[in-house]
Design a binder for this molecule. Sequence first.
Ligand code: FE2
Length: 205
Amino acid sequence: MNTKTKTPETNGHTKKVFHAGLARPKVGQDAAEIQPFGTIAKLPNGLSEKVCMESVDRMNQILADTMTLRDMYKKHHWQVAGKTFYQLHLLFDKHYDEQNELVDQIAERIQLLGGLSYAMAADVAENTNIPRPPKGREEAPVQISRLLTAHEIILQGARASARKAAQLGDDGTNDLLVSDVIRTNELQVWFLAEHLVDVPLVRAN
Ligand SMILES: [Fe+2]
């Protein structure tokens, strides 16, 4: 007589041993940072660590200001009101997308120089030079004025940093600042500022 006991688990077969830990996600892990903020993990890019540090510091300021301007565009995209709602709603979102692209380019420039870019909103808020707008809703000319102020802060910083990067031989940083940051911001300033020219819509003065 077969005395082997069948259990629901084995159903008469040899019980398979498996490693429960293999498929289980190892959540809640923690460890020391691999690179502290403010340091350079030197890459073989032909630039000295001192030059990389100088460019990283300057680019992080432009990054914090660009992230703030980008988010201000989305705020105004959502909150704009009035007869020009539709065109401003679309224009603000177009500029938001272009600033968002700049944010990625600036942040990755910082990383490829061996530095660490600002990433989180709290760090951006602590370090930006752009005045904080109120949480509430404002008239379109006020929104545009705030955006123009922010653009001017970025343009002044970007031009100074572009000159410094050229002087230090960091041509890649100079090129990003001149070809992308400065030119994009200058173009957006034009598109915004023309909305504040008070000319008649139908009957000439
Ligand atoms: Fe939207």
